[in-house]
Structure formats: structure tokens, C-alpha cells
Design a protein around this ligand. Structure first.
Ligand SMILES: *[C@@H]1O[C@H](CO)[C@@H](O)[C@H](O)[C@H]1NC(C)=O
Ligand SMILES: *[C@@H]1O[C@H](CO)[C@@H](O)[C@H](O)[C@H]1NC(C)=O
Ligand SMILES: *[C@@H]1O[C@H](CO)[C@@H](O)[C@H](O)[C@H]1NC(C)=O
Ligand SMILES: *[C@@H]1O[C@H](CO)[C@@H](O)[C@H](O)[C@H]1NC(C)=O
Ligand SMILES: *[C@@H]1O[C@H](CO)[C@@H](O)[C@H](O)[C@H]1NC(C)=O
Ligand SMILES: *[C@@H]1O[C@H](CO)[C@@H](O)[C@H](O)[C@H]1NC(C)=O
Ligand SMILES: *[C@@H]1O[C@H](CO)[C@@H](O)[C@H](O)[C@H]1NC(C)=O
Length: 623
């Protein structure tokens, strides 16, 4: 306990960026579902009071629509206001299929419906959509309608089989990417749910898939996401990346372990000529690691990948952010991922041997290289690949080195919390003192946390939970999330419905400059009158913001700083001998308190409170 003496005593609230055990961080502001609606920064939409398993599957910022799949419905919502003139198509599974599904013993409410899991932009006028069709997947084209016309949003009567495009079981994830009117899906291709595949369909060329029942390629995968990502400047070198977790049998063949993986293929892969016919000849995969190293050197893994977000930075090194259960957020440089795919292949001498780096000759072109790309200009298709390249891929699809995150550790860790993160979206915000990454983390409790990541060095952990927003009632877990920086909106789905919420609501931080400054929200700054959205135009010099330090003393001189002093309620509650007890109640549990002492006209000195933050003792005889 510290003893201080003062004529002027100021309790200065500084958000701590060095909280040890950051797993217990609290949000500065918590807004309930009703509060969010009252301050008009959110909209909620659902088509029924019954839960319908909504998923936001496509966002079209050019046409101002977001497309949502649910049980038996496809929705087209206005991106500016999701409750304004929503359009929907009723697309149930056929009565016969529903009966067959029930007869087969599947869950009538959570299985025997048409759960829409694929919505892709097909061409300028049409979407391509697939649903589980009561364990008999179906796909169709939807006329998306034009902006100028009266909106037509209808599906053609033509339905086709969705086998190889959408999983039969709606509780088994389906991921997809559409490239040049070809659909790339990661799903289970059979009714029993034993045959997992990465499949190319809807193609004028041959359909291509992963090697069937080959656990070296896919071992009971749970697909998480898929993206087309460029590689270098040649468009022919772009690859489709699939993110998934898989269950592995260890050497003894019994206990199973979960690993998170990245696999990639070249979209123009048409399979091999003699072997791997109609199978990928460019399929490679690598393990994605997100772990913490204890002081004694043991590594604890966050094994279960939950979601990924691909962040396009100005810097061409695209960054990938992912959420693991437990929960941790890890950040990877794409260049690091590519380095692993350009590194050694994993090799196993026999079933009971360890994996080692492959030491033998690697055939040309290097397995995994795209045909027609910068490295194989003479080979236009994978059918021209030499046999040894194809054979090598079949037996060595795994890279030896795992992919580690930036700084080899998570950006954020949450343990011992009563929630888990389920989804992530990231925005890049230009503030007065630099550019910040703001993370929106959806939880399994119906909330979204808005977290700002501050510049770090080895001694600082650098994150603040700016807001926690209850976007759904009844703790409904977040199932999908999309962000529009253009619209400054976040769109979130759950079993219950869809919520749209603004990325910022600056006025809630208070009516004083100091409140605004202390909030440290990179979206917000004090404009001389109120806390409002900040755009760094360089013109408005009166704007006050300090995300890095949150120090109102430097920012708010001349603006109602007095109000801020009052904000820190300092209560003198007892004088004993010459010692007085002062208590300061911070507005946020995230705050730590700094006591400053000023004797007459001396410089202010900080007084250390040795860990006892919330009250301090004043020894008057020291004055
Ligand atoms: C969104 O649309 C609904 C329905 O038209 C309306 O009640 C609501 O006020 C609108 N919200 C905003 C923020 O304009
Ligand atoms: C888009 O695809 C649909 C379905 O194949 C087709 O009917 C339509 O004419 C196509 N539109 C354009 C602009 O090519
Ligand atoms: C695939 O091949 C077509 C035709 O050769 C080419 O136009 C396209 O760029 C290729 N796409 C990719 C992603 O390699
Ligand atoms: C790291 O940050 C702390 C707190 O901001 C600072 O005191 C320290 O000097 C910094 N260290 C380095 C190496 O930059
Ligand atoms: C006040 O100070 C005196 C001398 O330091 C001490 O004997 C006495 O116990 C103190 N009284 C209280 C209530 O702390
Ligand atoms: C107050 O400070 C004086 C001078 O440092 C010290 O002698 C005295 O013991 C302190 N009083 C208490 C109650 O600790
Ligand atoms: C309190 O402080 C005053 C002035 O420093 C001193 O004269 C007085 O003796 C002190 N009383 C006690 C109980 O320490």
C-alpha cells in the first residue's frame, strides 16, 4: 500500500494494455439487445418466431444485398437496412424426400428440411444455391433481380442434384467457392456421411475430387471455410485454399487427435492422365498451429479451428486471422503459409514410423505447381504432368513443416471464460495516431465483442475490449458473420434471426472530451462538441483522439476536462491520525488507476500504488 500526500490528487484512468491473464478481460461497455435497438444502431430480422437456422452466405456490396440461407428459405435483404422490404423465397424439400428422411430415422426438425448452405454468385443475373433437401441435396438458379427494376427474386423451376455440392446432413458443414461458373465444394458426398471430398462441379470440363477413402488426403474432415487466394502475379498460379480440422489416428491406431489444416488446389486442375484420373493432381495440405508455450517449454495447442477471416492489407502480404476454440486468435502471414508449401514434404517410411522430411529427389514440375503458371509455362493442363509428379502427390500430400502464427503465439487468448468465440471479422481503421485492426468476435452466447489491437512489444499484450454487444437474445450462438467496411456495418446470424449492427456508436461513450478520449475507440474522436465518427482527413485539427495511450490530459486541455475529473469519483472516507483513505471508483473494470501527487507548484509525480488500485492511503504528515 502506498502512502501519498497531496494538495491536488487526481485519479487518472488508463486502460491497461498489460493486464496479465488477459483471459479475464471485461468489456468497457456492454449493450443489451434492447439498448442496441433503442439507440438505433442495430436492426433485427427473422421470418418466424421459430428458430430457422439462418446463415449469411453471400454479401453483395455492389448491388446492396445480403443473401441468407435458412431452413426452407432463401432471403435477399437490403444491406442498408435488413428489415426494410426483405425478399424471400420459400424452397422446401419435396414431401417425398421429407417422408423418406423421417423413415430413415433422421431428426425431423434439425435434419429433414431443406437447409440452404450454398449461395454463390453465378453470373451477373443469377445466383447458384444449394440446400440439404432432407438428406437429398438439391441446387438451383435464382434470378437475383436488378436494382432498377421492380425486384424479381425467383428461382427457376429447374432443380438439379446437389450431390458433391452440399452435404446431406445439415449439421455437417459445407464450404464453397465459385470461380468462372465452376463450383468448388468441401463437403460429404454420401448419405452415410463417410465420404468427404473437395469437389469441382458445375463444370463444362470433367468433375474432379480428392482421392476417395484415402486418409492421407482427408481424414474425417470438418470443413470451416474456403477462399481463392492469388500466388504471385500470374493469375494461373492462384489457388483455392480449404480450411478444416481433421481427426487423426496415431501410430497405435486407436486414440484420435484433432489437427487444423490448410489444403490447396489449382482451380484449373483437370486430373491426371494415367493415374489420379478425375482426381486433384495439385492437392497439398499443411498443419495450421496455434499454440502457447509455457515457461517449462510445454506447448499447449488450440487445435480446433472455428473460423478464418482473410484480411487484405495495403501491404501485399495478405494476412489470415483465425479463431480457435478455447479461445485464441492467431494471425498468419500468407507468405509464411506459402513458405511452408514451398518447403519439405512429409514422408513416412512405414505405418509405424515417424513423419520425416522427404529427402529424395523431387520430380519436376514441383508437385503442387499450377499448370500454365509462372513455373510451368509449357504445360497447359495437369494431364501433361509426368507420371512421377502425379505419383508423388498421391503419396506425399502433406507438408512436413507446420504453419506458425506471427510471433509464434496467439494475438488473443481467452481461457476460463463462460463463453467461447465462434466467428471473427476484422476491420482496419485509420485513427489519428495510426492504423488499427479492430476485431469483431462472435460468441456462443449471442454477443459480439469489439476488440482493438494495440501496437505491442515483448512486454505489452495490447488489446482492449471496447464493447460487448448482445446481438441476439436467449444466448443464441453466432453462426455466421459478415462485415462491410463500405457500409460500416456488421451482419450476424444465429438460429433465431439476423442482426445488423453499426461498427461504432461514438456518442455512448459520454458527453465529455475525456470520456471520448478514454474510450480509445479508433472509430471515434472528440470533435469539439461531441464524441463522433473520426475520419483522418487532416483538415479538422480540432479533433481529439489518442487510441494508443488514452490520455485526456494531453488531448482535452481546454475542453471540459473538469467534467472528466468528476468522472473519477474520489471519495475521502476517513481520516485517521494523519492518514486519510481515498477511494476511487473507476467507470470501467478495464481501467487501472494512476495516482498523481502535486505539492504546491512542484511537478506532478506519479505515486505507485503497488497493486492496490482501487483505494489509496494518504499520509498527511508527508506533505
Ligand atoms: C429500417 O427499416 C424499418 C422498417 O422499414 C424501420 O422501421 C426502421 O426505422 C429502419 N431503420 C433505420 C435505421 O432506418
Ligand atoms: C446466367 O445464368 C443463368 C443460368 O444458367 C442463365 O439463364 C442466364 O442467362 C445467365 N445470365 C447471363 C447474363 O449470362
Ligand atoms: C484457368 O484456365 C483458363 C483458361 O486457360 C484461364 O483463363 C484462367 O485464368 C485459369 N484460371 C486459373 C485460376 O488458373
Ligand atoms: C514496451 O512498452 C512498454 C509500455 O508501453 C514500454 O515501457 C517499454 O519501453 C517498451 N519496450 C520496448 C522495447 O519498446
Ligand atoms: C494514531 O497514531 C498514534 C501514533 O502514531 C498511534 O499510537 C495510534 O494508534 C493511531 N490511532 C489510530 C486510530 O490509528
Ligand atoms: C507517515 O509518514 C511518516 C514520514 O514518512 C512516517 O514516519 C509515518 O510512520 C507515516 N504514518 C503512517 C501511519 O504510516
Ligand atoms: C499530524 O501532522 C501534523 C503536521 O504534520 C503534526 O503536527 C501532528 O503531530 C501529527 N499528528 C499525528 C497524530 O501524527
Amino acid at each position: 500500500m502506498a502512502f501519498l500526500a497531496a494538495h491536488v490528487l487526481i485519479g487518472l484512468f488508463v486502460y491497461s494494455s498489460t493486464v496479465k491473464g488477459s483471459s479475464q478481460l471485461q468489456a468497457r461497455v456492454f449493450l443489451t439487445f434492447n439498448e442496441l435497438r433503442e439507440i438505433k444502431t442495430s436492426e433485427y430480422y427473422s421470418i418466424s418466431h421459430h428458430p430457422l437456422d439462418y446463415r449469411i452466405l453471400l454479401m453483395d456490396e455492389d448491388q446492396d444485398r445480403i443473401y441468407v440461407g435458412s431452413k426452407d428459405h432463401i432471403l435477399s435483404l437490403n444491406i442498408n437496412n435488413i428489415s426494410q422490404d426483405p425478399l424471400s423465397i420459400f424452397w422446401p424439400a419435396s414431401g417425398i424426400k421429407v417422408e423418406e428422411c423421417k423413415m430413415a430415422g433422421k431428426d425431423p426438425t434439425h435434419g429433414c428440411g431443406n437447409f440452404v448452405r450454398v449461395i454463390q454468385s453465378f453470373n451477373r443475373t443469377h445466383l447458384y444455391v444449394c440446400g440439404s433437401g432432407a438428406f437429398s441435396p438439391v441446387c438451383t438458379y435464382i434470378n437475383r433481380g436488378r436494382r432498377s427494376e421492380v425486384r424479381v427474386f425467383i428461382h427457376s423451376s429447374r432443380c438439379e442434384s446437389g450431390k458433391g455440392r452440399c452435404s446431406f446432413n445439415p449439421n455437417v458443414n459445407t464450404v464453397s467457392v465459385m470461380i468462372n461458373e465452376e463450383l468448388f465444394s468441401g463437403m460429404y458426398i454420401d448419405f452415410m456421411g463417410t465420404d468427404a471430398a473437395i469437389f469441382r462441379s458445375l463444370t463444362k470440363r470433367n468433375a474432379v475430387r480428392t482421392d476417395q477413402h484415402n486418409s492421407k488426403w482427408l481424414s474425417e474432415p470438418i470443413f470451416v471455410d474456403a477462399h481463392l487466394i492469388p500466388d504471385g502475379t500470374d493469375p494461373n498460379d492462384a489457388k483455392v485454399y480449404f480450411f478444416f480440422k481433421e481427426r487423426l489416428t496415431d501410430n497405435s491406431g486407436s486414440t484420435k487427435q484433432i489437427h487444423s489444416m490448410i489444403a490447396r488446389i489449382c482451380p484449373n486442375d483437370t486430373g491426371g492422365q494415367r493415374s489420379l484420373v478425375n482426381k486433384w493432381t495439385t492437392f497439398l495440405k499443411a498443419r495450421l498451429v496455434c499454440s502457447v508455450m509455457d515457461e517449462d517449454g510445454t506447448e499447449t495447442y488450440f487445435d480446433e479451428l472455428e473460423d478464418v477471416f482473410l484480411l487484405e492489407t495495403d501491404n501485399p502480404r495478405t494476412t489470415l486471422v483465425s479463431v480457435f476454440k478455447g479461445s485464441a486468435v492467431c494471425v498468419y502471414h500468407l507468405s509464411e503459409i506459402q513458405t511452408v508449401f514451398n518447403g519439405p514434404f512429409a514422408h513416412r517410411e512405414g505405418p509405424s514410423h515417424q513423419l520425416i522430411p522427404y529427402q529424395g529427389r523431387i520430380p519436376y514440375p514441383r508437385p503442387g505447381t499450377c499448370p500454365g503458371g509462372a513455373f510451368t509455362p509449357t504445360m497447359q493442363t495437369t494431364k501433361e504432368f509426368p507420371d512421377d509428379v502425379v505419383t508423388f502427390i498421391r503419396n506425399h500430400p502433406l507438408m512436413f513443416n507446420p504453419i506458425y502464427p506471427i510471433n509464434k503465439k496467439p494475438l488473443i487468448i481467452r481461457t476460463g471464460t463462460d463463453y467461447k468465440y465462434t466467428k471473427i471479422a476484422v476491420d482496419q481503421v485509420n485513427a489519428a495516431d495510426g492504423r488499427y485492426h479492430v476485431l469483431f468476435l462472435g460468441t456462443d452466447q449471442g454477443t459480439v465483442q469489439k476488440v482493438v489491437v494495440l501496437p505491442t512489444n515483448s512486454s505489452t499484450s495490447g488489446e482492449l475490449i471496447l464493447e460487448e454487444l448482445e446481438v441476439f437474445q436467449n444466448n443464441a450462438p453466432i453462426t455466421t458473420m459478415k462485415i462491410s467496411s463500405k457500409k460500416q456495418q456488421l451482419y450476424v446470424s444465429s438460429d433465431e434471426g439476423i442482426t445488423q449492427v453499426s461498427l461504432h456508436r461514438c456518442h455512448i461513450y459520454g458527453t465529455a472530451c475525456a470520456d471520448c478520449c478514454l474510450a480509445r475507440d479508433p472509430y471515434c474522436a472528440w470533435d469539439g462538441n461531441s464524441c463522433s465518427r473520426f475520419y483522418p482527413t487532416g483538415k479538422r485539427r480540432s479533433r481529439r483522439q489518442d487510441v494508443r495511450h488514452g490520455n485526456p490530459m494531453t488531448q482535452c486541455r481546454g475542453f471540459n476536462l473538469k467534467a472528466y475529473r468528476n468522472a473519477a469519483e474520489v471519495i475521502q472516507y476517513g481520516v485517521k491520525n494523519n492518514t486519510t483513505f481515498l477511494e476511487c471508483t473507476p467507470k470501467s473494470p478495464q481501467a487501472s488507476i494512476k495516482w498523481l501527487l502535486q505539492k504546491d507548484n512542484d511537478r506532478r509525480k506519479e505515486v505507485t500504488s503497488e497493486g492496490f488500485f482501487f483505494s489509496a492511503k494518504l499520509n498527511l504528515s508527508e506533505i
